[in-house]
Write a protein that binds this ligand. Structure first.
Ligand SMILES: C[S@@+](CC[C@H](N)C(=O)[O-])C[C@H]1O[C@@H](n2cnc3c(N)ncnc32)[C@H](O)[C@@H]1O
Length: 405
């Protein structure tokens, strides 16, 4: 039976403090009907009660909101109104739906800022709809999330038996519920997830290019590089670089075709293999690991990090990019999505920067630090070095590693 890595509880062993006692007292106040009545009626506190109520309503109704978004995507409403603002009747004709029903969707989309009202009873693109129509990757992820939505239909059942989730079979490299690697999957299954990764990788590519000094390197190896979107973008931006991509054989072969189509075969070499079994190609002074660690269990992450460390020359670096939990100690609003996605996938977990730092340090990396990036939602970045004089650090540097909390 496949088991998930457990999340490390953040709680420490220290006894309850005066803060904890105060928090318990506040719990009692916040749930007191009398106090709630008073707070709702007092002009001093009414705004707070209203704001909390609206936030709670959003939480409760969130599943409807995401289905409104999915419906807009499936009906291509954003594309229709981008062409020209349109009335409900015109949109109803385009979507082949009765106007009365479609009007409910249109008004819901306006409330969620996906659409907005324009003159003459027309609907135009709203501020939240604009990025959706501009990025195929967002639309693909919204459509893909329908699989997760099915798995979360009975969330308690999912928690009791994550192995029953359908998301498992979407990702052929995860273990099946009996604890074995899944039976060999048809090539089109690799093609399907690789194409989704390729469109959704766009955002991470921008973050990486904006944040790290790639000009300092000569040869870059991207491990778990998918269809090669990242190495291709890097090749175009930094024309002095030679690049390598390593992924499972069916994916590496898709990447090779993709690289050839773009005329980059003389700059990018693709390699098929498994990082849990095979040695990685040598010669790169920078390895990138983009959105890979989080969908693997700790044991596999240890293996791949060690393999990367072995493959690097002294002075080489690993740049790791992926969604991370609890940056700066405060949980991120995106954490629940990744916690449940990875549970349904049946493999991996969302890790904090500190946990990833510890895993990198265990593999031998030193001088591990955060690389700040503009929008740390899809990915945050960590860099670690293979120190020149082994574990004692770089010449001129005294610190061995940075502890991230
Ligand atoms: C979530 S995708 C990320 C792909 C790409 N880096 C991106 O950001 O779009 C994870 C990638 O790791 C690859 N992968 C999974 N297990 C692997 C293994 N054992 N050896 C090599 N690659 C593996 C998958 O084929 C897939 O391309």
């Amino acid at each position: 039976m496949a088991t998930l890595d457990s999340l490390k509880p953040l709680a420490d062993e220290t006894p309850a403090t005066w803060r904890d006692r105060l928090a318990s007292r506040i719990d009692q106040w916040m749930t007191s009907p009398a106090l709630n009545r008073w707070a709702s009626n007092s002009p001093l506190t009414r705004w707070l009660v209203r704001r909390r109520s609206a936030q709670l309503f959003d939480l409760m109704a969130g599943f409807v909101h995401s289905q409104v978004l999915l419906t807009c995507v499936r009906l291509k409403l954003f594309e229709h109104v981008l062409e020209a603002p349109r009335t409900a009747d015109e949109l109803a004709t385009l979507c082949r739906l009765p106007t009365a029903q479609l009007a409910r969707l249109l008004d819901s989309a306006v409330a969620l800022h996906l659409l907005e009202r324009r003159g003459g009873g027309r609907y135009g693109l709203g501020r939240m709809g604009a990025p959706v129509v501009a990025h195929a990757g967002i639309r693909d992820m919204i459509e893909h999330n329908a699989v997760l939505y099915e798995d979360m239909r009975d969330p308690v059942a999912l928690l009791r038996d994550p192995n029953s989730a359908r998301m498992h079979t979407y990702w052929p490299y995860t273990e099946d519920p009996s604890g074995n690697p899944q039976a060999p999957a048809p090539v089109d299954q690799f093609a399907r997830y690789s194409s989704l990764m390729s469109t959704s990788q766009r955002f991470v590519i921008e973050e990486l290019l904006a944040s790290y000094p790639f000009a300092e390197h000569r040869v870059v190896l991207d491990v778990g590089g998918g269809m090669g979107g990242w190495v291709s973008a890097l090749a175009r931006r930094h024309t002095h670089l030679q690049l390598h991509l390593f992924d499972l054989p069916p994916v590496a072969s898709l990447a090779a075709d993709n690289v050839q189509r773009q005329g980059l075969s003389n700059r990018i070499t693709t390699h098929g293999g498994s990082f849990t079994k095979d040695a990685l190609p040598r010669g790169a002074d920078l390895v990138t690991l983009v959105r890979v660690a989080h969908d693997h269990p700790d044991a596999d992450v240890r293996t791949v990090l060690r393999a990367i460390f072995e493959a690097l020359p002294l002075g080489g670096a690993l740049l790791l990019a992926e969604p991370m939990a609890q940056a700066g100690g405060a949980p991120e609003p995106s954490d629940p999505y990744f916690h449940f996605y990875l549970m349904a996938m049946g493999s991996g977990r969302l890790r904090t920067p500190a946990e990833l730092t510890a895993l990198m340090a265990e593999a031998g990396f030193t001088h591990i630090e955060r690389v700040p990036n503009p929008i740390p939602l899809h990915a945050q970045l960590l860099v670690g070095r293979k120190a020149r004089d082994d574990r004692r650090g770089f010449p001129g540097n005294t610190g061995n590693s940075v502890t991230l909390t």
